[in-house]
Write a protein that binds this ligand. Structure first.
Ligand SMILES: C[S@@+](CC[C@H](N)C(=O)[O-])C[C@H]1O[C@@H](n2cnc3c(N)ncnc32)[C@H](O)[C@@H]1O
Length: 249
């Protein structure tokens, strides 16, 4: 392999991820199924709030990275009426959709532009965050970016603050993968059927979806390496997990 080839490929993959999410078409395709998706994931987003060590009336700042239209942040703002949220994303199309969805939370949230693959955090993100969440986006970035992101999150949390991630994972074992697929197919035959008949555009987006999806164990290692305590898999169903941890006091 020529010197620098691997780096060029990574740049191309990152560019492809950005092109998908930053295009109106990519965002529209994703958001076309948002209602069903929100109904399916609401309990996990709520759980991420329920895990936080704050009384209901405590004021704290939440950062939702890769927030999209903000469903995860909304679930947590609903549980904590005095909390405020920063929603970070790099897609104008997704953030624009969020302006409508977030309208009832006016005054309690703001969007910022942030590419989570960049090591550079915007100075407007405070370093005393009470909680950070990510939902369905960490699998879009490569392993070194995941590791860097978790370290950046740790650096921006106040002591006692929590980070939780809700994401799909890779089985890392063909027998486990086949078992997950069997169960998914029986539980949701309509989705399984549509996935067998993808258009070329859907195939392109699917390739982007799975490109950097990795098993759970290394992700928990990245959390530990960043310094997190109380690391656990707080919820799991087949290939979807909620994991996270706390910055020690
Ligand atoms: C599958 S959507 C999830 C949105 C939302 N968190 C949810 O659970 O509904 C992935 C989101 O991650 C964002 N995203 C992907 N790569 C990103 C990056 N490198 N930096 C910031 N946001 C990114 C996309 O723009 C999109 O809004």
């Amino acid at each position: 392999m020529p010197v620098g080839h691997e780096e060029t490929m990574m740049t191309g993959d990152a560019a492809s991820n950005a092109a998908i999410w930053q295009s109106d078409e990519g965002a529209r395709a994703y958001l076309s199924k948002q209602e069903a998706r929100e109904a399916k994931r609401r309990a996990q987003w709520r759980l991420m709030g329920e895990l936080l060590p704050y009384a209901d009336d405590v004021a704290f700042t939440l950062l939702d990275i890769g927030a999209g239209s903000g469903p995860n942040a909304r679930a947590i703002l609903d549980l904590f009426p005095n909390a405020t949220a920063i929603l970070a994303d790099f897609s104008p199309a997704m953030m624009s959709e969020g302006l409508t969805a977030m309208a009832p939370y006016e005054g309690r949230y703001r969007y910022i532009t942030f590419d989570m693959t960049s090591g550079e955090w915007p100075s407007e993100v405070p370093t005393d965050l009470g909680a950070v969440v990510t939902s369905q986006c960490v699998h879009h970035i490569d392993d070194s970016a995941k590791e860097r992101l978790f370290a950046g999150i740790y650096a921006h949390l106040r002591p006692g603050g929590w980070y939780l991630n809700f994401d799909p994972i890779n089985a890392g074992d063909p027998l486990v993968d086949a078992a997950w697929q069997r169960a998914n197919e029986r539980q949701d035959p309509a989705t399984a059927a549509s996935e067998r008949n993808r258009t070329p555009e859907e195939e392109h987006r699917h390739a982007n979806h799975v490109r950097y999806m990795i098993p759970l164990a290394p992700q928990l290692d990245y959390l530990a390496k960043a310094g997190f305590a109380a690391i656990d898999i707080y919820w799991k169903h087949l290939d979807y997990v909620v994991y996270g941890g706390a910055k020690p006091q």
